[in-house]
Ligand binder design. Structure first.
Ligand SMILES: [Zn+2]
Ligand SMILES: [Zn+2]
Length: 411
């Protein structure tokens, strides 16, 4: 980012944090939370800060103008103390759903990564380790489009359904946020989850992601044993059993040859395609898994694995198990987009529009030189594609493009 571009974004962030119309909602028990700030120019993280009142924080934000504002999911006796002296009192249960961790149809098109060590590069989701040199640091260039955010929304919907239907949390206990960039955050605030340790949170993560789920009673040894077990097995109507039952029904009803091939069922796909209704009735409803010739328990295992993957929620597992995690604060700006993190009611998930409702800068237009961007939508405007050209765009789009490293203020 050039100095003039950085100063421009800094100026906009400063306007935002100093405007009387800006609302920063206070998290619950603000005085027990650790706050952290990333500073624009210095690029350093200020941590272990505490504010008794939201008005004090507002004053601080107006003066310091950080690029990113974070607060702990945890509650502490002394949020200002060093990590091991804080006096951990508990933490909200937090989920992060980010396009970085979802195999979207668009990430192969607009996300790139380059290995810092050997320079090897690729498209799509950044790997955990470089396939050439095993290096683990990457330079990434991502984009945020409607498709990314729709995929993240689908994963969020599955998560919320599990938290409501399987765990029994009420809409009041669930807080849903657009992260300000490529995903959503879900916070559960409830006394029962507050003091769960990292291990207990890992169990919840495993449930949500379907890790270790054994449906057909693990590995069967003898053939007859397998048959006996498969005959007596039925999916009940709670939790993952219900999810798999509904998921399998849906999948089979709508399955094409290609879908079945993707699920690893190739040889007997014709049998399934010809006998959909019969299979649903005998196998899924009556639990007679091997009663249709050509559809074995082995086939069901493959289908269950595939449907499990479709029904699980692709959360960032590390975030949920970290009981000291700092997470972006609601109402503040994201340094990589200039969009706000915003909360909305659980019931609005389906029609929430991040590119409209998270826009912070609604006035004016700015001339920028854009390197390369696909067509995109922000607020009411559809812009681009642009390639090495100077254009005048609405302020929100200018901030977005500069923050994403795709444009500079035109001189
Ligand atoms: Zn490498
Ligand atoms: Zn996308």
């Amino acid at each position: 980012m050039t100095v003039s571009s950085r100063d421009f974004v800094y100026g906009k962030f400063s306007d935002f944090y100093n405007a009387s119309s800006t609302v920063i909602p206070s998290p619950s028990s603000l005085g027990q939370r650790e706050l952290g700030f990333l500073l624009f120019k210095e690029r350093i993280m200020l941590r272990h800060r505490v504010f008794a009142r939201i008005s004090d924080l507002r004053l601080f934000l107006g003066e310091a103008v950080p690029s990113d504002v974070y607060r702990s999911c945890a509650y502490y006796e002394n949020p200002e103390a060093e990590m091991d002296k804080k006096g951990w009192l508990g933490a909200d249960l937090v989920f992060d759903i980010d396009a970085d961790h979802i195999p979207t149809s668009c990430n192969k098109i607009h996300d790139k990564w380059v290995c810092n060590k050997c320079g090897f590069s690729g498209k799509g989701i950044t790997p955990e380790a470089c396939p050439v040199c095993d290096g683990q640091k990457f330079e990434t260039k991502t984009w945020a489009c409607d498709l990314c955010l729709e995929s993240a929304k689908d994963e969020t919907a599955k998560l919320i359904d599990m938290l409501s239907a399987d765990f029994g949390f009420s809409d009041k206990e669930l807080h849903v946020f657009f992260s300000g960039h490529r995903g959503y955050h879900v916070h559960v605030e409830n006394e029962a989850v507050k003091t769960l340790d990292a291990m207990a949170r890992k169990e919840i993560v495993d449930y949500v992601t379907g890790l270790g789920l054994a449906v057909f009673g693990g590995e069967a040894k003898g053939r007859s044993q397998r048959r006996r077990r498969s005959r007596s097995f039925s999916l009940h109507n709670f939790g993952w059993n219900r999810r798999l039952k509904l998921g399998l029904r849906n999948f089979i009803l709508n399955a094409t040859k290609e879908n079945l091939t993707n699920a690893g069922v190739k040889r007997n796909s014709a049998v399934i395609l010809r006998n959909k209704e019969l299979i649903l009735k005998r196998c899924l409803e009556e639990g007679r898994w091997s009663s249709v010739k050509g559809v074995s328990v082995g086939t069901w295992r493959k289908l269950v694995e595939y449907v499990k993957d479709l029904e699980s929620s692709k959360i960032d597992t590390v975030v949920t198990t970290d009981t000291h995690r700092l997470i972006r604060m609601n109402g503040t700006l994201h340094g990589k987009t200039g969009l706000k993190k915003v909360e909305f009611p659980v019931k609005r998930l389906a029609d929430f529009d991040p590119f409209e409702e998270a826009v912070a800068f609604k006035e004016g237009a700015v001339k920028v030189f854009v390197s390369e961007v696909p067509e995109f939508r922000l607020g009411r405007s559809v812009l681009g594609p642009y390639r090495s050209q100077t254009v005048e765009v609405p302020t929100a789009a200018a901030v977005f493009l500069i923050c994403k490293g795709r444009a500079q203020v035109a001189s």
